[in-house]
Design a protein around this ligand. Structure first.
Ligand code: G1P
Length: 297
Protein backbone atom coordinates (compact mmCIF):
# COMPACT_ATOMS: atom_id res chain seq x y z
CA UNK A 1 0.00 0.00 0.00
CA UNK A 2 1.50 3.34 -1.04
CA UNK A 3 1.65 6.21 1.45
CA UNK A 4 -0.72 9.13 1.22
CA UNK A 5 0.62 12.11 -0.71
CA UNK A 6 0.02 15.31 1.28
CA UNK A 7 2.92 17.55 0.23
CA UNK A 8 3.48 19.24 -3.10
CA UNK A 9 6.36 21.23 -4.51
CA UNK A 10 5.73 24.10 -6.92
CA UNK A 11 8.93 25.15 -8.68
CA UNK A 12 8.32 28.83 -9.39
CA UNK A 13 11.84 30.23 -9.45
CA UNK A 14 12.09 30.59 -13.25
CA UNK A 15 12.57 34.05 -14.70
CA UNK A 16 9.87 33.70 -17.32
CA UNK A 17 12.00 35.37 -19.95
CA UNK A 18 9.66 34.26 -22.75
CA UNK A 19 7.14 36.75 -21.43
CA UNK A 20 9.40 39.77 -21.15
CA UNK A 21 8.82 42.63 -20.70
CA UNK A 22 5.72 41.61 -18.65
CA UNK A 23 7.78 39.36 -16.39
CA UNK A 24 10.24 42.14 -15.62
CA UNK A 25 8.02 43.04 -12.68
CA UNK A 26 5.39 40.28 -12.41
CA UNK A 27 6.22 36.64 -11.73
CA UNK A 28 4.91 34.64 -14.67
CA UNK A 29 2.89 32.48 -12.26
CA UNK A 30 0.82 35.56 -11.45
CA UNK A 31 -0.15 36.06 -15.09
CA UNK A 32 -3.85 35.42 -15.38
CA UNK A 33 -6.10 33.08 -17.30
CA UNK A 34 -9.35 35.08 -17.31
CA UNK A 35 -9.23 36.26 -13.67
CA UNK A 36 -7.10 33.73 -11.83
CA UNK A 37 -3.33 33.61 -11.81
CA UNK A 38 -1.72 30.50 -13.28
CA UNK A 39 -0.56 29.43 -9.84
CA UNK A 40 -4.14 29.32 -8.53
CA UNK A 41 -5.06 26.63 -11.07
CA UNK A 42 -2.16 24.48 -9.87
CA UNK A 43 -3.09 25.04 -6.20
CA UNK A 44 -6.74 24.12 -6.86
CA UNK A 45 -5.63 20.95 -8.64
CA UNK A 46 -3.32 20.01 -5.77
CA UNK A 47 -6.04 20.62 -3.17
CA UNK A 48 -8.48 18.44 -5.12
CA UNK A 49 -5.88 15.65 -4.98
CA UNK A 50 -5.61 15.84 -1.18
CA UNK A 51 -2.49 17.99 -0.85
CA UNK A 52 -2.28 19.80 2.50
CA UNK A 53 1.21 21.32 2.44
CA UNK A 54 2.33 23.55 -0.40
CA UNK A 55 6.03 24.20 -0.87
CA UNK A 56 7.06 26.95 -3.24
CA UNK A 57 10.59 27.07 -4.58
CA UNK A 58 11.01 30.74 -5.40
CA UNK A 59 13.75 33.19 -6.29
CA UNK A 60 14.43 36.90 -6.17
CA UNK A 61 11.57 39.00 -7.58
CA UNK A 62 8.77 36.60 -6.62
CA UNK A 63 7.38 38.45 -3.61
CA UNK A 64 4.10 39.13 -5.47
CA UNK A 65 3.46 35.39 -5.17
CA UNK A 66 3.82 35.51 -1.39
CA UNK A 67 1.51 38.50 -1.20
CA UNK A 68 -1.05 36.76 -3.36
CA UNK A 69 -1.45 33.95 -0.84
CA UNK A 70 -1.44 36.26 2.17
CA UNK A 71 -4.61 37.38 3.95
CA UNK A 72 -6.06 40.70 2.70
CA UNK A 73 -8.08 41.98 5.71
CA UNK A 74 -8.54 45.54 4.44
CA UNK A 75 -9.81 44.41 1.05
CA UNK A 76 -12.04 41.79 2.66
CA UNK A 77 -13.55 44.29 5.08
CA UNK A 78 -14.24 46.71 2.21
CA UNK A 79 -15.98 44.02 0.14
CA UNK A 80 -17.92 42.80 3.16
CA UNK A 81 -19.18 46.24 4.08
CA UNK A 82 -20.44 46.69 0.51
CA UNK A 83 -22.10 43.25 0.54
CA UNK A 84 -20.00 42.02 -2.40
CA UNK A 85 -20.25 38.37 -1.48
CA UNK A 86 -19.33 36.93 -4.90
CA UNK A 87 -16.11 38.91 -5.00
CA UNK A 88 -15.36 37.92 -1.42
CA UNK A 89 -15.78 34.27 -2.36
CA UNK A 90 -13.43 34.72 -5.33
CA UNK A 91 -10.89 36.46 -3.10
CA UNK A 92 -11.00 33.71 -0.47
CA UNK A 93 -9.95 31.09 -3.03
CA UNK A 94 -6.43 32.43 -2.61
CA UNK A 95 -6.49 32.03 1.19
CA UNK A 96 -4.03 29.59 2.64
CA UNK A 97 -4.18 28.39 6.23
CA UNK A 98 -1.30 29.64 8.33
CA UNK A 99 1.51 27.12 8.02
CA UNK A 100 0.07 25.34 4.98
CA UNK A 101 2.41 27.13 2.62
CA UNK A 102 6.19 27.36 2.83
CA UNK A 103 8.73 29.11 0.67
CA UNK A 104 12.30 28.10 -0.02
CA UNK A 105 14.66 29.97 -2.26
CA UNK A 106 16.62 28.53 -5.11
CA UNK A 107 19.69 30.71 -5.01
CA UNK A 108 20.93 29.84 -8.47
CA UNK A 109 19.02 28.77 -11.58
CA UNK A 110 20.56 25.29 -11.80
CA UNK A 111 17.57 23.44 -13.23
CA UNK A 112 14.32 21.73 -12.25
CA UNK A 113 16.07 18.91 -10.41
CA UNK A 114 17.97 21.40 -8.30
CA UNK A 115 14.79 23.41 -7.62
CA UNK A 116 13.00 20.31 -6.27
CA UNK A 117 16.08 19.37 -4.24
CA UNK A 118 15.91 22.79 -2.53
CA UNK A 119 12.68 21.59 -0.87
CA UNK A 120 14.22 18.37 0.52
CA UNK A 121 14.17 19.37 4.20
CA UNK A 122 10.51 20.30 4.06
CA UNK A 123 9.58 17.04 2.37
CA UNK A 124 11.52 14.65 4.56
CA UNK A 125 10.97 10.95 4.07
CA UNK A 126 7.62 10.74 2.34
CA UNK A 127 6.25 10.66 -1.19
CA UNK A 128 5.44 14.05 -2.63
CA UNK A 129 3.92 15.67 -5.68
CA UNK A 130 5.52 18.20 -8.02
CA UNK A 131 3.35 20.51 -10.11
CA UNK A 132 4.74 22.80 -12.80
CA UNK A 133 2.24 25.67 -12.96
CA UNK A 134 3.13 26.39 -16.61
CA UNK A 135 1.34 23.19 -17.54
CA UNK A 136 -2.34 23.94 -17.08
CA UNK A 137 -4.51 20.85 -17.42
CA UNK A 138 -8.29 20.74 -17.70
CA UNK A 139 -10.42 17.63 -17.43
CA UNK A 140 -13.42 16.00 -15.76
CA UNK A 141 -11.16 14.83 -12.91
CA UNK A 142 -8.13 17.04 -12.17
CA UNK A 143 -4.91 15.44 -13.44
CA UNK A 144 -3.14 15.05 -10.09
CA UNK A 145 -6.22 13.45 -8.57
CA UNK A 146 -6.24 10.89 -11.41
CA UNK A 147 -2.58 10.22 -10.71
CA UNK A 148 -3.07 9.83 -6.95
CA UNK A 149 -5.70 7.17 -7.67
CA UNK A 150 -3.41 5.35 -10.11
CA UNK A 151 -0.45 5.67 -7.72
CA UNK A 152 -2.40 3.76 -5.06
CA UNK A 153 -2.04 0.73 -7.34
CA UNK A 154 1.55 1.26 -8.43
CA UNK A 155 3.56 3.01 -5.69
CA UNK A 156 7.06 3.97 -6.88
CA UNK A 157 7.25 7.16 -8.94
CA UNK A 158 4.67 8.39 -11.41
CA UNK A 159 4.88 11.07 -14.09
CA UNK A 160 2.04 12.51 -16.16
CA UNK A 161 2.50 11.59 -19.81
CA UNK A 162 1.13 12.61 -23.17
CA UNK A 163 1.96 11.76 -26.78
CA UNK A 164 3.60 14.67 -28.62
CA UNK A 165 4.72 14.97 -32.26
CA UNK A 166 8.25 13.59 -32.70
CA UNK A 167 9.55 16.97 -33.79
CA UNK A 168 8.67 18.25 -30.30
CA UNK A 169 10.47 15.60 -28.20
CA UNK A 170 13.42 17.95 -27.77
CA UNK A 171 11.21 20.12 -25.51
CA UNK A 172 10.30 17.34 -23.07
CA UNK A 173 11.38 14.51 -20.86
CA UNK A 174 10.60 11.39 -22.93
CA UNK A 175 9.75 7.87 -21.75
CA UNK A 176 11.17 4.59 -22.93
CA UNK A 177 8.13 2.38 -22.42
CA UNK A 178 8.06 -1.14 -21.00
CA UNK A 179 4.63 -2.64 -20.41
CA UNK A 180 1.81 -0.52 -21.77
CA UNK A 181 -1.50 -0.86 -19.93
CA UNK A 182 -3.09 2.07 -21.74
CA UNK A 183 -3.40 4.66 -18.96
CA UNK A 184 -0.50 3.30 -16.88
CA UNK A 185 2.80 2.41 -18.57
CA UNK A 186 5.93 1.08 -16.94
CA UNK A 187 9.03 3.08 -17.75
CA UNK A 188 12.35 1.50 -18.75
CA UNK A 189 14.24 4.76 -19.06
CA UNK A 190 13.69 8.51 -19.17
CA UNK A 191 15.61 10.95 -21.32
CA UNK A 192 15.52 14.73 -21.03
CA UNK A 193 14.88 16.63 -24.25
CA UNK A 194 16.15 14.12 -26.83
CA UNK A 195 16.20 15.15 -30.49
CA UNK A 196 13.51 13.35 -32.54
CA UNK A 197 15.94 10.82 -34.03
CA UNK A 198 17.16 9.77 -30.56
CA UNK A 199 13.82 9.79 -28.74
CA UNK A 200 12.86 6.36 -27.35
CA UNK A 201 9.18 7.16 -28.00
CA UNK A 202 6.95 10.19 -28.38
CA UNK A 203 5.41 9.77 -24.92
CA UNK A 204 6.44 12.96 -23.14
CA UNK A 205 6.47 13.95 -19.48
CA UNK A 206 4.01 16.69 -18.57
CA UNK A 207 4.51 18.75 -15.42
CA UNK A 208 2.82 16.56 -12.80
CA UNK A 209 4.82 14.09 -10.75
CA UNK A 210 4.36 11.86 -7.71
CA UNK A 211 7.82 11.02 -6.44
CA UNK A 212 9.39 8.79 -3.88
CA UNK A 213 11.70 10.58 -1.40
CA UNK A 214 14.56 8.50 -2.89
CA UNK A 215 14.49 10.92 -5.82
CA UNK A 216 15.72 13.62 -3.43
CA UNK A 217 18.60 11.35 -2.41
CA UNK A 218 19.43 10.79 -6.05
CA UNK A 219 19.48 14.56 -6.48
CA UNK A 220 22.13 14.80 -3.73
CA UNK A 221 24.66 13.36 -6.14
CA UNK A 222 23.19 14.49 -9.44
CA UNK A 223 25.45 15.81 -12.13
CA UNK A 224 24.74 18.42 -14.73
CA UNK A 225 22.52 16.97 -17.46
CA UNK A 226 20.75 18.17 -20.63
CA UNK A 227 20.96 21.90 -21.27
CA UNK A 228 23.69 22.29 -18.62
CA UNK A 229 21.13 21.89 -15.81
CA UNK A 230 20.45 19.43 -12.99
CA UNK A 231 17.51 17.50 -14.37
CA UNK A 232 14.62 16.01 -12.41
CA UNK A 233 14.23 13.52 -15.25
CA UNK A 234 17.70 12.07 -14.53
CA UNK A 235 16.97 11.68 -10.81
CA UNK A 236 13.71 9.85 -11.59
CA UNK A 237 15.46 7.72 -14.21
CA UNK A 238 17.92 6.63 -11.48
CA UNK A 239 14.94 5.20 -9.56
CA UNK A 240 14.12 2.76 -12.34
CA UNK A 241 16.93 0.39 -11.42
CA UNK A 242 17.09 1.22 -7.68
CA UNK A 243 13.56 1.78 -6.56
CA UNK A 244 9.99 0.54 -6.74
CA UNK A 245 9.47 1.33 -10.38
CA UNK A 246 8.61 4.39 -12.43
CA UNK A 247 5.29 4.70 -14.21
CA UNK A 248 3.93 7.03 -16.82
CA UNK A 249 0.29 8.01 -16.53
CA UNK A 250 -1.65 9.00 -19.65
CA UNK A 251 -4.07 11.45 -18.08
CA UNK A 252 -7.53 12.29 -19.38
CA UNK A 253 -7.77 15.98 -20.15
CA UNK A 254 -6.33 18.80 -22.18
CA UNK A 255 -2.98 20.32 -21.41
CA UNK A 256 -2.03 23.89 -22.23
CA UNK A 257 1.63 24.84 -22.34
CA UNK A 258 1.46 28.26 -20.71
CA UNK A 259 5.23 28.61 -20.84
CA UNK A 260 4.79 29.58 -24.50
CA UNK A 261 2.89 32.59 -25.83
CA UNK A 262 0.84 30.46 -28.22
CA UNK A 263 -0.10 27.99 -25.47
CA UNK A 264 -1.01 30.80 -23.09
CA UNK A 265 -3.29 32.40 -25.69
CA UNK A 266 -4.93 29.03 -26.41
CA UNK A 267 -5.55 28.52 -22.70
CA UNK A 268 -7.04 32.01 -22.44
CA UNK A 269 -9.52 31.23 -25.21
CA UNK A 270 -10.40 27.81 -23.76
CA UNK A 271 -10.89 29.14 -20.23
CA UNK A 272 -12.87 32.13 -21.47
CA UNK A 273 -15.21 29.87 -23.44
CA UNK A 274 -15.59 27.55 -20.44
CA UNK A 275 -16.98 30.33 -18.27
CA UNK A 276 -20.77 30.62 -18.02
CA UNK A 277 -20.56 34.37 -17.43
CA UNK A 278 -18.40 35.02 -20.52
CA UNK A 279 -19.14 32.25 -23.00
CA UNK A 280 -21.88 33.87 -25.11
CA UNK A 281 -20.26 37.26 -25.52
CA UNK A 282 -16.79 35.84 -26.08
CA UNK A 283 -17.93 33.15 -28.55
CA UNK A 284 -19.84 35.74 -30.57
CA UNK A 285 -16.77 37.95 -30.66
CA UNK A 286 -14.54 35.09 -31.81
CA UNK A 287 -16.98 34.03 -34.53
CA UNK A 288 -17.32 37.60 -35.82
CA UNK A 289 -13.61 38.18 -35.64
CA UNK A 290 -12.77 35.08 -37.65
CA UNK A 291 -15.51 35.81 -40.19
CA UNK A 292 -14.21 39.34 -40.71
CA UNK A 293 -10.62 38.15 -40.97
CA UNK A 294 -11.60 35.49 -43.55
CA UNK A 295 -13.60 38.06 -45.52
CA UNK A 296 -10.64 40.44 -45.58
CA UNK A 297 -8.26 37.78 -46.96
C1 G1P B 1 10.30 20.39 -17.74
C2 G1P B 1 10.91 19.01 -17.57
C3 G1P B 1 10.55 18.11 -18.74
C4 G1P B 1 9.05 18.06 -18.91
C5 G1P B 1 8.47 19.50 -19.06
C6 G1P B 1 6.95 19.46 -19.06
O1 G1P B 1 10.94 21.02 -18.83
O2 G1P B 1 12.32 19.13 -17.44
O3 G1P B 1 11.05 16.82 -18.52
O4 G1P B 1 8.72 17.31 -20.05
O5 G1P B 1 8.89 20.32 -17.96
O6 G1P B 1 6.41 20.72 -19.24
P1 G1P B 1 10.86 22.62 -19.10
O7 G1P B 1 9.58 22.84 -19.84
O8 G1P B 1 10.87 23.27 -17.75
O9 G1P B 1 12.06 22.94 -19.92
Amino acid sequence: MSRKVTKAVFPVAGMGTRFLPATKSIPKEIMTLVDQPLIQYAIDEARAAGIEEFIFVTSRGKSALEDYFDGAPVLEAALESKGKTKLLEALRKSDMDSGAIAYVRQREALGLGHAVWCARRLIGDEPFAVLLPDDVITGDVPCLEQMVDAYEQTGGCMVAAMEVPYEKTSSYGVLDIGEDHSSIVSVKAMVEKPPADQAPSNLAVIGRYILSPNVLENLNSMKIGAGGEIQLTDAIDAEISNGDGVFGYRFRGQRFDCSSKAGYLQATVAFGLARDDLRDEFATFLDDFIRMRDAAE
